[in-house]
Design a protein around this ligand. Structure first.
Ligand code: AMP
Ligand code: GLY
Length: 421
């Protein structure tokens, strides 16, 4: 089968690497891809927002299946348009993708279905928003309603911060925000494959969102991750699936908009049990890189089953080991990153036993250079978190990327727990 992969990040490189191992794959195309993905796929220039052009390409190249990596094309309805012409897709419809596209949609669904999540209020104007913040007390969480690439969330600890966040959101008509109770606990990411009826737990992970060691500084898309996250014990995971994920999937199927693809639940493990922070309708990045190193099963086969409704006939097998991903970012990230810096030593890093996934890289005149904020996702396996961490940093140290930086403490919570601290 010919497959088209949509996206260009480390997540998509990991998916391409895994899809390329499938016996069911004839030829892989990627749009737009990156130099790492080019090792497994033919890169094509396609305007993903132009669904007509994507459909024409699929017809011309006899594409049987499209894997959509990022959320924007899903929220934009690309999966619907491809399914309409009979092409299989990994990823939910526009209606189901609202779970990520609209925080208000998700919070209302949680309220209707009794799903544990932070108490909330949807607000549509500055005055009303200020009043709600007053009622919630501090700290308070303020979120833009739509897709914001991880940048639409403010945790305000003072009234001034809350006011500044609200003033930034309500700048014109039609603005909408969600104000939430601040939850305390440890965060974990849970992944579930589903065809709308069957749920297949698909691994869990812990991400490091802050830019600096010790979890300080601004939020990023994720500076590193490891899987599994043992803080999400089998009991807590089962509870999160039964109390949070299953009622969500059932509710969407009931109203005729079944979710097909991977649902990523961002959870807060509170003293009262797991609560939903947010949903994403795609794999996490860099969580996906760690998951793909652990997955033994044929990814393409599972993705096809999630689309054609036969997921119950399949099982996912995983390596016992821990996988850890350390992100190398360009200086300046998550602000304006310094692009153009040269990158060397990837072969040396892989000789250490790691897998180096490309995120924001570019080949210019035969030279690999940085072309984005997050540049490489260095991923390694180990029999414990400490061993996976040591292996990942051995590989990081083999890379020559003078204008890059990384966190040196990915996995610190779990390493401390392993030591019994
Ligand atoms: P989100 O984009 O909704 O994932 O939020 C980004 C980050 O903000 C999350 O990963 C959490 O660390 C934090 N966050 C979001 N909502 C809450 C909440 N209600 N209570 C505490 N922290 C939150
Ligand atoms: N690593 C967080 C995300 O992909 O949203």
């Amino acid at each position: 089968m010919n497959v088209l992969l949509v996206g260009s990040g480390g997540r998509e490189h990991a998916l391409a690497w895994k899809l390329a191992q499938s016996p069911r794959l004839t030829k892989l195309f990627a749009a737009p891809g990156n130099p790492g993905i080019a090792e497994h796929a033919e890169l094509v220039e396609l305007n993903i927002a132009d669904h007509r052009a994507v459909i024409d390409f699929c017809r011309r190249e006899h594409i049987g299946f499209v894997v959509i990596g990022p959320e924007a094309p899903l929220v934009d309805g690309l999966a619907d348009n491809l399914r309409t012409i009979g092409v299989g897709v990994f990823g939910p419809s526009k209606a189901a993708a609202q779970l990520e596209g609209s925080k208000g949609f998700t919070k209302d669904l949680c309220a209707r279905e009794g799903i544990p999540t932070a108490r909330y209020e949807r607000v549509h104007a500055l005055d009303g928003a200020r009043a709600v913040v007053g009622e919630f007390g501090l700290p308070v969480v303020i979120k833009a309603d739509g897709l914001a690439a991880g940048k639409g969330v403010t945790i305000a600890t003072t009234a001034e911060e809350a006011d500044a966040a609200l003033a930034g959101l309500f700048t014109g008509p039609g603005a909408e925000a969600v104000i939430e109770e601040f939850l305390t606990g440890e965060e974990a990411s849970l992944f579930v494959l589903t065809d709308g009826a069957h749920l297949m737990p698909f691994g869990n992970a812990q991400d490091h969102k802050r830019v600096g060691d010790g979890d300080v500084g601004p939020n990023t898309g994720g500076m590193g991750a490891y899987s599994p996250a043992r803080v999400l014990t089998p009991e807590l995971e089962a509870r999160a699936i039964e109390e949070i994920v299953r009622p969500t999937i059932t509710a969407l199927t009931r109203v005729g908009t079944p979710f097909q693809g991977v649902l990523y639940a961002g959870l807060m493990l509170t003293a009262e049990g797991p609560k939903l922070i947010e949903y994403n309708v795609r794999f996490g990045d860099p969580e996906c890189e760690a998951l793909m190193l652990r997955l033994e099963s044929d990814l393409l086969e599972l993705m096809i089953a999630a689309d054609d409704g036969t997921l119950a006939e399949h099982e996912a097998r995983w390596r016992d080991e821990v996988a850890m991903t350390v992100v190398l970012a360009a200086q300046g990230y998550p602000g304006t990153p310094e692009t153009g810096g040269t990158i060397g030593g990837i072969d040396a890093a892989e000789a250490e036993g790691a897998k180096v996934f490309h995120a924001g890289t570019r080949l210019a005149g035969g030279k690999l250079t940085a072309a984005g904020g997050r540049v490489l996702a260095v991923t390694a396996l180990g029999s414990s978190v400490a061993e996976a961490q040591a292996a990942a940093y051995r590989a990081v140290d083999a890379i020559d990327f003078p204008t890059g930086f990384c966190r040196r403490d990915i996995g610190w919570r779990e390493v401390a727990r392993e030591k019994g601290e």
